[in-house]
Design a protein around this ligand. Sequence first.
Ligand SMILES: NC(=O)c1ccc[n+]([C@@H]2O[C@H](COP(=O)([O-])OP(=O)(O)OC[C@H]3O[C@@H](n4cnc5c(N)ncnc54)[C@H](OP(=O)(O)O)[C@@H]3O)[C@@H](O)[C@H]2O)c1
Length: 322
Amino acid sequence: MLLFSLNPDAQSMMTGLVVRLRAWFGVDGLNIRMPDRKIKEKLNVSVIGAGRLGIVLARALNAQGYHIKSLVARRLRNARKAAALLDDKPKTFAASQIRFLPQADLFLICVPDDQIASVAIELSKLRLDGEPLAFHTSGALSSDVLSILKEQGWSVGSLHPLISVSGPDAPINGAFWCVEGDRRAMRSGKALVKALGGTSFSIPPAEKPLYHAAAVMTSGNVVALFDVALEMLVQSGLTRNLARQILQPLLASTVRSLETKDPAQALTGTFSRGDVETVKRHLAALKHHKLTDALEAYRLLGKRSLKLTKDHPHITRILKSV
Ligand SMILES: NC(=O)c1ccc[n+]([C@@H]2O[C@H](COP(=O)([O-])OP(=O)(O)OC[C@H]3O[C@@H](n4cnc5c(N)ncnc54)[C@H](OP(=O)(O)O)[C@@H]3O)[C@@H](O)[C@H]2O)c1
């Protein structure tokens, strides 16, 4: 309250003090509740990779008062398209122009995993004041991939939101984030996650590939499995649109069960009941329609379902014989 009632000179002194504190302590003050918007605007962020996650992060940070200073995409026109979605009007750059990026406190690297190392090389050519901070958002890689920046005095880390972002309006609030990096990056990363309404957790960096494969199992592979189910329903005579629609409540009720129950308790259906003849009918139908992906997935996941239930040796034998 006192700060709001200060005269302009005193406010400017406070601004200078906060800027100096930030210079001394790095950008760890990202989570400091800034006394006025003028100071908050000084938290400059550069987002490299204006794709699905980059644009959602830029928008979420923008909404929290962070200033998105620059936005980079491989192609300039894509950076411009993304910039149009932000309240800030960031400067836009193509991948080939990274060496011209302006000063920023925080660089968020949201490019495909295979591009992160080359982006780090480009960033290392910048001549910046202070100790900039860089995070990449890959789930599979640790911050080691940013070591070229670390060698130049940057703080580096990785911040991976455990959510599926398929468009610019995807909500990010409530996500769990895997945070890893040097000490300063850890502190700042956790503060950033908190500001975005998320919760941080950590795993040993060497286990990130396994961790990320689990994320793929839960998201990308579930989408692929859903696509297999759509293919089956289309073969049974439904349109793809109707098939997608009618599967929604089934999928949603399964997800709801998993929110509160372990898989062994959440499993329902043929395998949990041990309906031998039904399994035979399923397999015959899949073979008849020559649905090879579906047959393979059914067999593999059926075996896993059996591990969750009481023993049904007859079904196990049937699945093995396919
Ligand atoms: N999407 C998700 O659900 C999600 C969730 C968690 C973590 N992540 C992680 O976030 C990162 C980005 O994933 P995404 O799904 O957002 O990818 P994406 O939609 O394919 O977007 C990638 C962006 O990076 C740009 N880009 C590619 N190469 C570049 C380079 N060398 N320099 C600068 N920009 C470059 C692309 O530009 P153009 O548009 O011009 O091609 C595009 O804007 C990945 O590490 C991924 O693992 C994604």
